[in-house]
Design a protein around this ligand. Structure first.
Ligand code: BES
Ligand code: ZN
Length: 456
């Protein structure tokens, strides 16, 4: 049977597929840093050439930011769109990497072979699982199984500024029967999963200014207001003693879990002790009346991502700083309105400013949460395919991260997104020494072959 031949082809070609992935990983396509813009172009060119090498006419499509890559093949049956992103996160702190993040290596570890390098898991390795499954399919059968659109983005890690306009301008070209997205993980690193809930994201950066210049803390200490003191109070006021966010009306639009979802999640028996233990923690720190899975999937958050000011270099400097800064991100769920939360947050900060202090805000990207209906037959078909490949019943799960395009597929194109990915909790995405298990790559490719077979 042809699926078996495709699976055998994937097995046989794993070394070559891995080499192709390593080539893509060598391109430092960091989207948020303008110094790497040329490398984003190179990564897009590489993908165009790679798609063309498997007979998919593809083009690089310029945007005001980094380019998109779009390729189409015609065929019978459903029109499937596949999305992945070729951009990666910055690599700092570089000194915590054991090797050059853009000189990827295959490493033997106690848990098996891994592909080590920035983007190996998020998202180049994942993106290539689908491309390589298509390559094997084409080589065995001479054609791909159905009409497929490949759609790769280079700005996902920096808030996708060009994405919505591009999707509006090219809606007819991109609209499909289903949009497959490979940018998520396995559940607890072992159970294949289809993500049905993603949190939204809102970013805020702000600077509190006190004195007009940095001051001698002996000469002015005691009489001058220190903006870091103000910043500390503001940051400390964002949560109460039970872990609840205190911004007025923050929970508007947040719904409790349906009984059905609650029962389903209980069945997942999430082991939060291991999840936290793997990163040196033990106690869930979110809203104390919520379960660990709710904390990471269905409850909103407010997290300080960075805070700085004054003298932070080596040694000691007795300074009373002029400015204090913070970056804060909110993960949003349900119908929470990013604009309302932004306004209420800013007002809450303003209300706490003492005389002589001022604040300047800089808003970062925002996007709402999204929930996918799993009623289309494709979901159960894909779930069965995943279950067969991994030998473990595939689960419908939530995801605490944000993938803005999932909502855009639904809202702009009317195309249902289906999120399937093979990352593991210990992949260290966005962190030093990011890796992708070779088994994720291999079974990922095999999973897509099975899913394509099941959907067509
Ligand atoms: N692949 C991640 C989303 C993700 C995170 C999936 C955790 C599974 C587990 C994605 O590339 C990502 O990191 N998105 C950003 C969104 C952003 C910068 C707008 C995120 O969630 O921070
Ligand atoms: Zn990603």
């Amino acid at each position: 049977m042809s699926l078996d031949k495709v699976l055998s082809k994937i097995d046989a070609d794993l070394p070559d597929a891995t080499e192709r992935l390593l080539e893509l990983l060598r391109i430092p396509s960091i989207s948020t840093d303008p110094a790497f813009a040329d490398h984003c172009q190179t990564a897009a060119d590489w993908l165009v050439a790679d798609l063309q090498s498997l007979g998919v006419p593809a083009t690089k499509r310029q945007t005001p930011g980094h380019p998109m890559v779009v390729g189409h093949v015609e065929g019978e049956g459903p029109h499937i769109l596949f999305y992945g992103h070729y951009d990666v996160q910055p690599v700092d702190p570089l000194d915590l990497w054991d090797n050059d993040p853009f000189d990827p290596q295959i490493e033997d570890t106690a848990k098996g072979k891994v592909i080590r390098g920035r983007g190996s898991s998020d998202d180049k390795g994942q993106l290539m699982t689908f491309v390589e499954a298509c390559r094997a399919w084409k080589e065995v059968n001479g054609t791909l199984p159905c009409r497929i659109t490949f759609f790769f983005e280079g700005e996902e890690e920096s808030g996708s500024p060009s994405l919505v306009p591009f999707m509006h301008e090219n809606a007819d070209e991109l609209r499909a029967d289903i949009a497959l997205i490979c940018d998520t993980g396995l559940f607890e690193s072992k159970t294949p999963a289809i993500v049905t809930m993603l949190r939204g994201l809102l970013g805020e950066e702000f600077t509190i200014t006190g004195p007009t210049l940095d001051l001698h803390s002996g000469m002015y200490g005691g009489i001058a207001m220190n903006p870091i003191r103000v910043m500390s109070n503001v940051v400390a006021s964002l949560h109460d003693e039970n872990g609840r966010v205190t911004i007025p009306n923050f929970y508007d639009g947040v719904q409790d879990l349906s009984d059905e979802l609650e029962a389903q999640w209980q069945g997942l028996a999430f082991d939060h002790a291991t999840f936290l233990g793997d990163v040196g923690l033990s106690k869930p720190a979110g809203e104390q009346d919520r379960t660990p899975l709710e904390m990471i999937w269905s409850r909103p958050t407010c997290e300080v991502n960075g805070i700085w000011g004054g003298y932070t270099g080596d040694g000691f400097k007795t300074v009373l700083p002029s400015k204090a800064n913070a970056k804060i991100s909110f993960r949003l769920v349900g119908d929470q309105d990013p604009d309302a939360i932004r306004a209420n947050f800013r007002q809450m900060v303003q209300d706490q400013l003492p005389e002589d202090c001022s604040v300047e805000f800089h808003g970062h990207s925002s996007g709402r949460a999204s929930i996918t209906e799993t009623t289309a037959p494709a979901f159960e078909q894909a779930r069965a395919a995943l279950t067969t490949e991994w030998g473990v019943q595939a689960a419908y799960v939530g995801c605490g991260g944000s993938i803005p395009i999932a909502g855009h597929f639904q809202n702009i194109l009317g195309t249902t997104p289906m999120l399937v990915g093979f990352g593991k909790d210990d992949d260290a995405i966005h962190s030093p020494n990011e890796k992708y298990d070779l088994s994720s790559f291999h079974h990922g490719m095999r999973s897509w072959a099975r899913i394509l077979d099941a959907l067509t």
